[in-house]
Write a protein that binds this ligand. Structure first.
Ligand code: COS
Length: 379
């Protein structure tokens, strides 16, 4: 990729992805139950080789691939997009910091679409302030035994409680705040682990996980004891631009719908698009989407080249793209009028989908904090 454009083969791949999403994935998504894990859809993402592209067997995860996948799928099926992204988010900590045994056990299952992953960081009293989490990992026996029991609750966890495993961040207590947190790979079915599905505005599966003395051992530790906060933050550095890509995909779908509608719908003696108040809104929206897309691609390319300022770029990309998508979808709804609010309309769906990304993986306000801190640190 140059600074300003995708390579022709990337553009071709995106077109293929959109066709796959429309032809193969959307029908499966439509048969799913809102708010529940759609296992046939996850299996299809595996069979089509898309999960392998997110989590390659060899070499690093490529942020630009992840972004192009998310943007392209989002244009045709947000359910397929999010199912793919959540496999990556829950599994990437293991790819990045896990042991060979953990990777051998779970990666083949995840990329085949047979195992469903979750990323369990947020708690009822620790969302934006992730370092305030209190899920307790209490020693179970002498320190040399390397065993703990997890007690507490995780909340607003995508794919919970149905996921087959979760990367869980718990307080082992070696230090205060971000210093005493450890990441554990916790498979479903461990004694004391339960959870409930939450009925949310956002259409994808989200739930709670309750830990009542759940046993974990040093074999389950992802990375180092007391160094789990870094595992979470490095995961978010990769995934935040890709949330931006998801948002860009939704924004583009909304703009496409608005272009088609305003060309076809007549009012006041002609097509809506001939009203300058309409065409200027479309022009403004398209310009903002293009700016967001470029920032997402730039952040992804910076990630892939190992740039030092990735936390800042990643935050900027997520911030601009998710806020832009909210504006784009809202504008498209307004240009469509009441028909867009009818349950089942594409824009009614996007209106629900577009809200959560401004909150999850770091709310817009958190991204501003990250950016400001980096600016002062650089200064
Ligand atoms: N990349 C790599 N390392 C990072 C990092 C990043 N983006 N952000 C923080 N760190 C590291 C710091 O370098 C520091 O390391 P040391 O302990 O080795 O010095 C450590 O993490 C603590 O950093 P900091 O003091 O900045 O942490 P804070 O508690 O102030 O928290 C924010 C920082 C607000 C940025 C963090 O809590 C956050 O990202 N919150 C949002 C959480 C989120 O996205 N939740 C969504 C869950 S997924 S839906």
């Amino acid at each position: 990729m140059t600074a300003f454009a995708l390579e022709p083969e990337d553009r071709k791949w995106c077109a293929e992805l959109r066709a796959l999403a429309a032809g193969r994935l959307r029908p499966l998504a439509e048969r799913g139950e809102p708010g529940r894990v759609n296992r046939p859809l996850v299996a299809a993402l595996g069979e089509l080789g898309l999960l392998r592209r997110v989590l390659p067997a060899e070499g690093p995860v490529r942020a630009l691939d992840l972004c192009l996948l998310r943007e392209s799928l989002a244009q045709e099926s947000t359910e397929a997009e999010t199912a793919l992204a959540l496999q990556g988010l829950g599994t990437y900590p293991v790819v990045q910091s896990g042991t060979a045994a953990q990777r051998d056990r779970w990666l083949p299952e995840v990329v085949a679409g047979r195992a469903v992953a979750a990323f369990a960081l947020s708690e009822p009293a620790a969302g934006s302030d992730a370092a305030a989490l209190t899920l307790a990992a209490e020693p179970d026996g002498p320190p040399s035994a390397g065993r703990w029991r997890l007690t507490g609750e995780k909340c607003w966890i995508s794919n919970a409680p149905e996921a087959d495993f979760a990367t869980v961040f718990a307080r082992t207590g070696g230090g205060a705040g971000s210093r005493g947190i450890t990441a554990f790979l916790v498979p479903a079915g461990r004694p004391g682990l339960s959870g409930t599905a939450l009925d949310m505005l956002s259409p994808h599966p989200i739930g709670t996980l309750t830990f009542d003395g759940v046993p974990v051992s040093r074999d389950d530790v992802v990375g180092e004891v007391d160094r789990g906060f870094g595992v979470a933050m490095r995961t978010l550095n990769l995934f935040r631009p890709s949330v931006g890509a998801f948002a860009v995909g939704m924004a583009q779908a909304a703009l496409d719908a608005a272009l088609a509608h305003t060309a076809e719908r007549t009012a006041f003696g002609g097509p809506l698009k001939e009203l300058q108040s309409v065409s200027h809104q479309l022009a403004e929206t398209a310009t903002r989407i293009e700016a967001a897309r470029l920032l997402v691609y730039a952040a992804a390319a910076a990630y892939d080249s190992g740039a030092p300022d990735i936390a800042k770029r990643s935050a900027m990309a997520k911030l601009l793209a998710t806020e832009t998508a909210q504006h784009a979808v809202d504008t498209a709804v307004q240009l469509h009028g009441a028909r867009a609010l009818r349950r089942g309309h594409l824009l009614e769906h996007l209106y629900r989908e577009v809200r959560a990304p401004r909150i999850y993986e770091g709310a817009t306000e958190v991204q501003r904090t990250v950016i400001a801190r980096e600016l002062f640190r650089e200064g």
